[in-house]
Design a protein around this ligand. Sequence first.
Ligand SMILES: *Cc1c(COP(=O)(O)O)cnc(C)c1O
Length: 855
Amino acid sequence: MKFGGTSVATLPRWQNIRELVASRRAEGARVLVVVSALTGITDALKQMCAQEDKGKRIEAAKAIAQRHYDLLDHMQLAVPDTLDARLTELAQLAEDGPSQLGELAWAALVQAHGELMSSALGAAFLTHSGLNTQWVDARDCLSAIALPNQNERTKLLSAMVEAKPDPALNARLAELGDVFITQGFIARESQGRTVLLGRGGSDTSASYFGALLKAQRVEIWTDVAGMFTANPRQVPSARLLQRLDYEEAQEIASTGAKVLHPRCLSPLREPRVPLLIKDTNRPELEGTLIGPEVREHAPSVKAISARKGITLVSMESVGMWQQVGFLADVFAQFKQHGLSVDMIGSAETNVTVSLDPTENLLDSDALAALASDLAKVCRVKVIAPCAAITLVGRGMRSMLHTLSTVLAEFGQIRVHMISQSSNNLNLTFVVDENVVDDLLPHLHELLITAGALRTDDSALFGPSWQALYGTGEVLPPAASWWREERRADLLKIGEGATPRYVYHLPTVRQQARELKSLAAVDRLHYAVKANTHPAILKALAEEGFGFECVSPGELKAVMAVVPESAPLLFTPNFAPREDYEWGLSTRATISLDSLYQLENWGELFRGKEVVLRLDLGRGLGHHEKVRTGGSGSKFGLPVEQLDTFLRLADTHGVTVRGLHAHLGSGILDDSHWGEVYGQLASLAERIGSVTFLDIGGGLGVPSHPGEARLDIAALDKVLREVKAAYPHYKLWMEPGRYLVADAGVLITKVTQTKGKGNGQIRYLGVDTGMNSLIRPALYEAWHEIVNLTRLDEPATALFQVVGPICESGDVLGTDRRLPEPQEGDVMLVAQAGAYGKVMSSPYNLRDEAEEIILE
Ligand SMILES: *Cc1c(COP(=O)(O)O)cnc(C)c1O
């Protein structure tokens, strides 16, 4: 168990350490505690080393001693002999100065006293409080090794230890007792001199000891629960990483996470000793466990990090790359200037490399000197300041297809370099430094939305930093109705015939009321194609909604249940002439979306008022197949044909009363509708007859755990701003999914399980599939799936959840962590209220899922 400087600086912190050690003893473990110096002591010792005046050195040593006396006083302990001996030695070193030992060896020995003293103090405290604790001198256990290229400085102040399991040490300690305390940061070299381990030294000591003793576990106790999916200071919604393998953790540590020094993982790999990071103040939190690779996890991006201060050196030369030795000459310059290269990108006439400030002493002089030497062999450009944004996860190449939205984001900014590590663990983008702070939270969210960062796997991803440490409230997961208050009803339904769609009307009403709070919107229409159940239509009519229909069938279904007063929109697309004819005979407001309709059926529309659906040239949404704008999509009149359309309308006496645009589905970015609104409004100014603007639907609901919800208040603000500029137009919207998605679930039953590939891949079969819910197959849509029968049991195994349809695509969910199932267990597929039942089919002639309403 390793404790850092702040953890050993006060009495309450030592009492805490005592409790933690005692709890491990109670579990039957023998404990070795590794400590840092009291906070501030290492710095005080360094200052003492820099002091040439003997008198001032002695003063400094006294002040350092006093810090330890004060703490002992608090503990009501006398000065133990071990500490007394250290303080005497330190006073002597202050007196002597570096002359006898030599500057560096003396400095190393002086600085080692920080840990020697804190551990001596700790041994006394722990023993006094009932845990008999042996003080162990780390220098007797850790021997520094000599490395090639090592100068005297690195040998003494940044030493390395080769830590192989040492049964003799184990035996020696076994004779002494059960609880030990020793020092981080220090070791001894072959000539017997004290050496320091350099940066991250105390964590590395703990790892060395873990490897030497082949410990059950190394625990690093610090001020945060572990590693997170992003730096919590930049991304408060970053999630705790509960399980990582050594390589992933190493990668995350080296690309930015400060909680662990990357150096301290390598000693543990070979002996396969796991390392656990824990929060000293919140020991009940799970922490991050780092160990050998575990295979039974869904492939996932684990973290996104950003390193600032990156410098790129771009070297350009025509025709020289073919020459043998050219690269060797170039890199020799980097070596000569003492600069270590991180990433490399090469092309026929250009090689660009990155320099990482954490590995280099980068100052402008060093760079200028390098550039001028390089200029002799090629054209040099230094690009700075840059930042490296890195995605980390095992098997990165197999996840590329999930990253399309993330990659699209990089399409909007200047990317200087892309690099994929040869170990397939990371993907790095080098961009200008100033874009990073805004970009990172956004990318983190996109990774979750795209399902690339699998926050649904509760074995890997813990709570968000915000939930653990933040002060602001964290929104509870949406749609808790099926998880809690109606769970018993659903189980009862599931015990009868399945599959069944179940809709919860209070949730529909709640969503409707939320949208009614949009003060800028004058009229809301429900896009009924999402779900045409009569009870839902009725409920929304009661909430004052109008209805948007895309076919005569939908119009008839709506008119059969809603009152005469409810406004109707009819938005056909590539529909036959008869549909328009029939639509015009109803009270619905009809929309046109091409020149064809007026060119060929102009007489139909004479004297009528219509809505014109426009294509604003771009599409948005959760999947390519739901984007309804842009020339790749069949919807809407392209804006460049607007004038032609208006001339045709004039010829046929048709009045354009409204403009309409609907760009896609599942949009969670509140600024989108403001842009559409602004564009439509400025086009309407050219037309004159327009009185309302319909900015469509597409309001998304989050599906992955941790994905942010659409901010309705922010949306309202955006819309009110546009409205203030164009107060003369009424504003209409037509959401579908937002109203009904969370209100519906699909209930089905477990039929059987199957293992393939030595049980590595496990299938869980349920009694319906793409015939009832086609969204996963069609859009790769992600629906949460739970075993309702075993909702409270731990989710331990990973399954592919599949249905009984004769198609390989008949998969409801991939890589889902669920409890061990049994035949007949009731399963629930969430968020099935929108585009579920309405898209179902009789394929394979399986019975359709009947629908049940919960009031
Ligand atoms: C489908 C559709 C909607 C509703 O889309 P959602 O994503 O369900 O909100 C709105 N308007 C039109 C024209 C549509 O086709």
